[in-house]
Design a protein around this ligand. Structure first.
Ligand code: ATP
Ligand code: ZN
Ligand code: MG
Length: 300
């Protein structure tokens, strides 16, 4: 039987098994590729003057609740719960664990939920500052993100990194920003020798009502993806996404332009693990053997 791509990633030490599908350690050579690709992103986007902000992989639960994530994607969310009891409760907790019973039911929700996409903590943060400056805003983010979608496809992980640029401004500002990054995305992948395709897409909105939201998103061309074949040639993997939120986040969070009108927003996300996996899939597991042009684009 042919070994799967995931098996070969484990054997080479690029990814490290944890016993949970979609939860992996990363070897040093895997991280070198991600670091190099992030420098390539900096090279393409660095002159735009984005404000760099790094949030930890957890966000304020109140902001998460207000974001509407549970309305659209309840199946993907991850909340952080903790033991909040007294000594007596602790005794029953240990008894429960010793008996191999479910000890998690008594855990209480904390003020933190796992970040579902790198840009989620940004909108309330920027809104608190007051009106945007003239010309709007541009932000550079990177965060580990959690999505409860266990899979044995190495390109679908539960904890993975998303690098994002977010633009806030007029409709013209943010749609131009999105187009610029679609062009740059194609150009960047060409530099590192990866075949790409850009296609309209939709988010996995939950349930029957979600079908309508997904259709609407597609019909209005609100989401595009840059696709690269990794584990399948017939359904290539989304390695970047380009999202136009219209004024939905501006209205929800009270993001206003300098003149007080509601801001439009757009975000562009790089799936860093997916891009690294695409590189290993197309050029081999040994980076020393990658084509010279690819090595030059990544390591100079
Ligand atoms: P998919 O359709 O494959 O589930 P998505 O539409 O949910 O992807 P986005 O929500 O747009 O993806 O997230 C931005 C980027 O993060 C994606 O383009 C992708 O590169 C990456 N990404 C999303 N989900 C995962 C995951 N489970 N594992 C690794 N990377 C991911
Ligand atoms: Zn985003
Ligand atoms: Mg998804």
């Amino acid at each position: 039987m042919q070994r799967s791509f995931l098996d070969r990633l484990f054997e080479s030490g690029l990814l490290i098994e944890t016993g949970v599908d979609g939860l992996y350690g990363r070897g040093g050579r895997f991280e070198d590729v991600i670091a190099a690709f992030e420098r390539l992103i900096d090279r393409f986007g660095g002159a735009d003057g984005a404000e760099a902000i790094r949030f930890p992989p957890g966000m304020n639960r109140a902001y998460f609740e207000k974001s509407g994530y549970m309305r659209s994607f309840p199946q993907l969310a991850g909340t952080v719960h903790s033991f909040c009891g007294n000594e007596l409760d602790h005794v029953s907790l240990l008894k429960c664990m010793d008996a191999d019973e479910d000890w998690t039911a008594e855990q209480k929700a904390t003020d933190i939920v796992l970040t579902p996409a790198a840009c989620y903590p940004l909108y309330p943060t920027v809104a608190k500052r007051g009106n945007l400056p003239a010309g709007g805003g541009l932000y550079d983010l990177q965060s580990y993100c959690f999505r409860h979608e266990p899979s044995n496809d190495p390109a679908r992980q539960q904890l993975f990194r998303m690098r994002e640029y977010v633009r806030m401004g007029t409709q013209a500002d943010v749609t131009e920003f999105r187009q610029t990054w679609m062009d740059r995305g194609v150009e960047m992948m060409k530099e590192v020798g990866l075949p790409v395709e850009i296609d309209v897409a939709n988010d996995p909105f939950f349930g029957r009502a979600g079908k309508m939201l997904a259709n609407n998103q597609r019909d209005q061309n609100l989401k595009f993806e840059l696709l690269i074949p990794i584990t399948s040639t017939t359904s290539p993997t989304a390695c970047m996404s380009f999202n136009y939120h219209q004024d939905a986040f501006g209205t929800k969070w009270g993001l206003n332009l300098e003149d007080g009108s509601v801001a439009h927003t757009a975000c562009v996300g790089f799936g860093l693990e997916r891009i690294a996996l695409a590189l290993f899939h197309h050029h081999g597991l040994d980076t020393e053997q990658w084509p010279v042009s690819v090595r030059r684009a990544l390591w100079g």
